[in-house]
Design a protein around this ligand. Structure first.
Ligand SMILES: [Zn+2]
Length: 392
């Protein structure tokens, strides 16, 4: 069982790189090996309650190492005296505060990954530009579009099947979209070969495949998550942050004779995973599921009712919790390429740090909880029986 740790690291880079937009202002005082020292504002603090009537500045045009939105939101928490000072002064103050919470090593990594992406995007010529912005009518099958526009549990259930609890499958992508995306990925890989560009693979477990976000598809995939996957996840995966999905990692994996053959049993670094087969012709490559588990129970044995195998068909999506243990059987002939979208919720991850009870989604925690309840009921019955007999 692999927890796919390095995948988590790669993912983090992706998730956070969208929040950092450029080089730092370089105006803080650094103390070499000991990190950053903040003499000017060390004593300054934010207010506990925001100044709700204050209209924050816009920071979009500045080259900052944190998201401009973060500055706008934080501005309401500034000490009142600072609210009407210059934008530069406010930025300086807020950045000093933010730097305390974002370690330097992490910032360097984010910056490196940003540069890596920019290098690709400024050199790579896309084949199908229409893939890079969301064109729902051209991408999705009509039944899927209809269900999303109706946006109810009933409309989703109408197009979905749930062959095993927590595993949802439905027709999603038009054949033409699948072909175009496959051609785009091939085009990208040709470019990588020709230019000998060293690319990062999607995760630690796949030696082949490409991160779609790295060559410009991140905006389209973000839209796919926000407008299509989040509405469904809000209904079916609420207890793992389905309604607050706020970042993604989008990539393709390639299986076949001269590619990866299979994929071991693992969990994803996501709250919700979308997995859609794009093609081509293949046999084998079934996706197998073995129950949802929290970190503590990730290696606990599978119950018979948790065993489920799914055979991919082109254009059909599978949606499941990231903690739903799974793997891919060997693709025995041909070539299989799947689109993966790992959707993550920062809110859920923050809550998880303080939450002990994971029985709302971990099957093992659930079984343990039921067993404890059963024992408690049995003990109470016994106690009542004793009291009853002593009363007689
Ligand atoms: Zn558990």
């Amino acid at each position: 069982m692999s927890q796919d740790g390095a995948t988590a690291m790669d993912w983090k880079k992706d998730g956070q790189s969208t929040n950092s937009t450029g080089n730092g202002m370089g105006n803080c005082v650094r103390n070499g090996s000991n990190g950053v020292v903040y003499p000017p504002y060390a004593s300054h603090r934010l207010r506990l309650n925001p100044s709700v009537d204050h209209k924050p500045d816009n920071y979009d045009d500045l080259q900052l190492d944190f998201s401009p939105l973060l500055f706008s939101s934080l501005e309401r928490y500034l000490p009142p005296a600072l609210l009407n000072s210059s934008r530069d002064q406010k930025v300086h103050f807020m950045r000093e505060i933010l730097l305390r919470y974002f370690p330097e090593g992490e910032r360097t990594r984010v910056q490196k990954h940003r540069e890596y992406r920019q290098k690709i995007i400024s050199n790579y010529q896309p084949l199908h530009r229409e893939l890079y912005t969301m064109h729902a009518q051209n991408f999705f099958v009509p039944s899927f579009l209809k269900a999303i526009s109706e946006n109810s549990e009933e409309s989703f259930r109408n197009i979905m099947s749930e062959p095993s609890p927590g595993v949802f499958t439905f027709e999603m992508l038009q054949p033409r979209f699948c072909e175009m995306l496959l051609a785009e990925v091939e085009n990208f890989e040709r470019w990588v070969r020709e230019t000998k560009f060293r690319i990062m693979r999607p995760n630690t477990m796949n030696r082949f495949g490409a991160v779609l976000d790295d060559f410009g598809l991140d905006a389209m995939l973000e839209k796919l998550m926000e407008d299509f996957i989040r509405p469904i996840s809000r209904v079916f995966f609420t207890e793992v942050g389905g309604s607050t999905l706020d970042s993604h990692h989008g990539f393709v994996v390639e299986y076949g004779m001269d590619r990866d053959v299979d994929l071991g049993f693992h969990v994803d670094d996501s709250e919700v995973t979308l997995n859609v087969c794009l093609g081509k012709q293949f046999s084998g490559g079934e996706l197998f599921f073995r129950g949802v588990r929290c970190e503590k129970h990730v290696n606990v044995e599978t119950q018979p009712e948790e065993i489920f195998d799914y055979a991919h068909t082109v254009g059909r999506a599978v949606l499941h919790r990231g903690r739903h243990r799974h793997g891919a059987r060997a693709t025995t002939s041909g070539q299989r390429i799947n689109l993966l979208l790992w959707c993550r919720s920062s809110v859920f991850r923050e809550i998880r740090k303080h939450q002990k009870d994971t029985s709302s989604w971990c099957a093992e925690c659930q079984r343990n909880k039921k067993e404890r309840q059963r024992q408690a009921v049995a003990a109470t019955k016994l106690e009542l029986l004793k009291r009853g007999s002593s009363a007689i």
